[in-house]
Design a protein around this ligand. Structure first.
Ligand code: 13P
Length: 233
């Protein structure tokens, strides 16, 4: 990797960390962010407050678990590594203890299809993996299973993971999932809300695909952007 790409990715990780603080998705030093590089990843160091973090603090780590530099990698390097190895469709892994996702996760509850926007996480629900201790291989195994066919999962008694191609997309998705969790917690106050059916969700997935819904217009992932919206229909 050339020096500019390396610096840009390090700066992107720091920017993402600052954004998850600014948006209230993160408090204190919980949470961590990684980005794929050839043969490994760049990852946030463990236990360093985001407001003091600079691009030089980011830790380069190989998939063989060796790392360089003056800081130790995040205690959650195992699930960052295993997700990036297993999921070639994503480059970024973002983990937070955001309040509403964690409120559901401490009850070992995922988020069902109570609202159509659940589809942006890739399926008809967001799963919650069973509790295991932070920083373990078992947590990584369970996170990977909960992420099967999804871009987000909850970790029991712990928090949230989102995965995406880009930093921007990961931040967007983390905000959307935290908002869904907040809505679901509020909805539960007056009882378990009815679920959208598989057929209704299939229509939502198709609509998202057709409209490239949720993708900023300057992203090259956009597949089908209409130039003129037909009137009268
Ligand atoms: P690190 O500071 O080691 O990344 O740990 C924070 C965390 O969220 C553990 O799950």
């Amino acid at each position: 990797m050339n020096a500019i790409a390396d610096h840009d990715l390090r700066a992107g990780i720091v920017m993402t960390c600052r954004e998850i603080n600014r948006t209230g998705l993160n408090q204190g030093t919980s949470g961590n962010v990684s980005h794929r590089i050839e043969g490994g990843m760049l990852i946030t160091p463990t236990s360093l407050p985001y407001d003091r973090m600079t691009p030089g603090d980011i830790v380069p780590m190989s998939f063989d678990a060796t790392y360089e530099g003056r800081h130790r990698p995040s205690s959650e390097w195992r699930f960052h590594r295993d997700i990036l190895k297993a999921r070639e469709d994503v480059n970024v892994v973002l983990h937070t203890h955001s309040v509403f996702c964690t409120t559901l996760a401490v009850h070992e509850r995922g988020i069902p299809a109570f609202h159509y926007m659940i589809a942006v996480a890739g399926g008809n629900d967001i799963r919650c993996s069973p509790y295991v201790c932070f920083g373990t291989q078992e947590l990584s195994d369970r996170a990977l299973a909960a992420l099967e066919g999804r871009y987000a999962c909850l970790l029991g008694h712990h928090g949230l993971i989102v995965v995406a191609k880009t930093f921007e997309r990961a931040l967007w998705l983390a905000v959307e999932v935290e908002t869904l969790a907040k809505m679901y917690v509020h909805a539960l106050a007056i009882g378990e809300p009815p679920r959208l059916s598989d057929a209704e969700m299939a229509q939502v997935h198709e609509q998202i695909r057709r409209m490239s819904y949720g993708q900023a217009p300057d992203l090259d992932e956009v597949s089908d952007t209409p130039r003129v919206i037909a009137s009268g229909g």
